[in-house]
Design a protein around this ligand. Structure first.
Ligand SMILES: *Cc1c(COP(=O)(O)O)cnc(C)c1O
Length: 418
């Protein structure tokens, strides 16, 4: 494999600002990080401009080979300044060796998986993962003669499913729908002990809450469409690696499969990243308060939120996460009908799929994403989708307004049952 490509250094790692990277907090990193070769002194714009040129002028043939060795730009699909600005920021946030940005979370996930697998290999994956990832693993990898075994979201179960030809362990934490938490340290250790590549989808928490590479995980993937962008106005993905070789493998595969983000979207993503830490902090605080409120309402059967002592992974979440996240799952008593009444009577919280944005979004999987048009009852049972189950991504609105909205709609759901 060509050793030419290297992850771009940020100006902080290059020592250009005289600051030590490790001393700088996430809140500051997202604001000040730049690619070190970005701009000449005295010509630095505060906001990274969008460079949408498809190609870059080469001074001489020798210059071309210098670019390959020392970094720089040749063609938009290989890399470009706007995408690179996202990559250096994400690399520092995750404390990884390098990041690779993609046009969607699924592009990041599929390209990363294909980067570490070939025909005849085997993957062990948690079963409770994002539906698109499950579909890719279950229905698309077998076409490349790659076998997949699904297990519970538990490292011991994953360990038992390992075969001689296993190459990749794939996990997601926190996972939908029941917001289960995987032990990152055990997951990373299992992969390193057996020399398997560990890939973790940490979309539902964000790097502000947990940095899986610090626990020894090899590759962290994110749907940038969710918390990283944070405003439900773009589609993007990012993969960040523990080592430079892993970074290069994914970078070269992105070049081959062509899944890079557009510079326009990269600019939106950069803008979102600047407020990631403060948005997530507010969303998590709101979520904790709302989860506690929901647990007290008579229309609610059960609340799944790792910040509640009743959650089965509460202690683990406390150990490895900085906050408990902004995703809440709960069951409405009485099943499908009261749940539909509830979601259709909200005024502040909006009925929509997706998550991680400033807007509070809610959905009822049993009649929407996992409804009768899409799955059978058996499949819903297999995925742990209950009839009255509600998926709630908490935004940055005022928590009193959110509670009032929930209360009036829950009261209407109670009336249906009576
Ligand atoms: C949304 C999501 C994805 C897919 O991301 P896209 O940007 O929609 O391609 C992957 N994993 C998780 C956990 C997600 O929520």
């Amino acid at each position: 494999m060509s050793k030419l490509w290297k992850p771009t250094l940020s100006q902080l790692e290059a020592g250009l600002d005289g600051l030590k990277v490790d001393d700088i907090k996430d809140e500051t990193k997202v604001i000040i990080t730049r690619a070190h070769h970005d701009f000449k002194e005295h010509e630095v714009p505060v906001t990274t401009p969008i460079v949408h040129s498809a190609t870059y002028r080469i001074n001489s043939v020798k210059h071309y080979s210098n670019i390959l060795q020392e970094g720089g730009y040749i063609y938009v699909r290989l890399n470009n300044p706007t995408c690179e600005a996202v990559e250096v920021t994400m690399k520092l946030l995750e404390k990884g060796a390098g990041s690779v940005v993609f046009g969607s979370g699924m592009a990041a996930i599929s390209t990363t998986l294909l980067s570490f697998l070939k025909a005849g290999d085997h993957v062990v994956s948690c079963a409770s993962i994002y539906s698109g990832s499950y579909d890719f693993l279950k229905h698309h990898l077998p076409a490349f003669n790659i076998d997949v075994t699904f297990t519970g979201n538990d490292v011991n179960e994953m360990k038992k499913a390992i075969r001689p030809n296993t190459k990749v362990l794939y996990g997601e934490s926190p996972s939908n729908p029941l917001i289960t938490i995987l032990d990152m340290e055990e997951f990373g250790r299992l992969g390193r002990t057996l020399n398997l590549t560990t890939i973790m989808d940490a979309t539902c928490s964000s790097p502000v809450i947990i940095k899986p590479i610090q626990y020894g995980v090899d590759v962290v993937v994110h749907s940038g469409t969710k918390f990283l962008g944070g405003h439900s106005d773009l589609c993007a993905g990012v993969a960040t690696t523990r080592t430079e070789d892993q970074w290069r493998t994914i970078f070269i595969n992105r070049r081959a499969y062509g899944g890079i983000l557009s510079p326009f979207e990269a600019s939106l993503l950069l803008r979102g990243l600047k407020t990631l830490p403060i948005r997530v902090e507010r969303e998590c605080d709101n979520a904790q308060r709302l989860a506690e409120f929901l647990s007290t309402h008579p229309a609610v059967q059960k609340v799944y939120y790792p910040g509640l002592k009743s959650h089965k992974d509460h202690e683990l979440a406390k150990k490895q996460m900085r906050k408990f996240g902004a995703m809440i799952c709960f069951d409405i008593k009485g099943g499908v009908e009261p749940a539909k009444v509830f979601v259709q009577n909200l005024h502040v919280i909006q009925l929509a799929v997706s998550l991680g944005g400033v807007d509070s979004l809610i959905s009822h999987p049993a009649s929407m994403t996992h409804g009768p048009m899409i799955m059978t009852q058996d499949e819903r049972d297999e995925h742990g989708i209950g009839d009255g189950q509600i998926r709630f991504s908490v935004g940055v609105e005022d928590s009193d307004d959110l509670i009032n909205d929930l209360r009036q709609a829950l009261d209407k759901a109670l009336a249906v049952k009576a």
